[in-house]
Design a protein. Sequence first.
Length: 161
Amino acid sequence: MDELTHFDEQGAARMVDVGDKPATRRSALAAGRIRMHPATLARIRQGGADKGDVLGVARIAGIMGAKRTADLIPLCHPLALSRVEIAFAPDLEASAIDCQARVETTAPTGVEMEALCAVQVALLTIYDMCKARDRAMSIEQVRLLEKHGGRSGHWRRPDQA
């Protein structure tokens, strides 16, 4: 865990060589949330936002974000994704929407960055679509929850049940 694999011996940035690694089934689950004014959340839940179906558009944006991760994160490998699922859950008590992204592939490298990117893009899309009514929205707690596959096997965030 101490080795930063994206740097060579001289400290120069590099793309990690995964050419000798076997292609295996890999998945990652990431999550995050966006807090907002209760009236904004109510408007989203009613489907009456000015720009249309906020969560429907955000779901598509999250999928697109996962697919374009290598274009956004300089040292990520472009991957053929076999599955991207985006789920939203309103939290009325916290006046927030929770987002989870599950991403899967069969490849020589994992999909953690794709899952994290999917969550960020989905939440940013909610912000964009609702900012005219609520500029104080806050994107929070974007994090990896779980990953499967590869040399390191199964990993689950320690604070997850």
